[in-house]
Design a protein. Structure first.
Length: 126
């Protein structure tokens, strides 16, 4: 979420929030339609990208499937181009999250991680 949308939320200014959302939607559609490769990340150090993905989902620019592809495949490959990540395929790192529900049906499931697997080893179980 941008600083403008965050400020609108903090002040309770609904008109400003609607304006910020419209601006973000228009810009994202323009970038997507122009073929720009997008990636999802946090705007704040020490934060995860979950809030950003949820905000993008709320804008309705991307389907849940498009957003998950952008977040789970494109973004890791942009950040780490030399690694074979972002796919469940032979030769790729066995790193993935297990959620408590299907995010294609319930996008809020992206915030409910049941298990974190990195390099084939379970690092976290809820």
């Amino acid at each position: 979420m941008s600083g403008l949308a965050r400020y609108a939320d903090e002040t309770g200014d609904r008109a400003l929030r609607a304006s910020a959302d419209q601006l973000h939607s228009s810009n994202l559609k323009l970038l997507r339609d122009a073929g720009v490769r997008l990636a999802i990340g946090s705007d704040e150090y020490g934060d995860t990208s979950v809030a950003e993905a949820q905000y993008l989902h709320s804008l309705g620019v991307f389907t849940a499937a498009e957003l998950l592809e952008l977040w789970a495949v494109t973004t890791p490959q942009v950040i780490f181009p030399e690694r074979r990540i972002g796919r469940l395929a032979p030769g790729y790192e066995a790193s993935f999250l297990v959620l408590d529900a299907n995010p294609l049906v319930d996008f809020s499931a992206v915030a409910r991680i049941e298990r974190f697997i990195a390099h084939g080893r379970t690092l976290h179980v809820r």
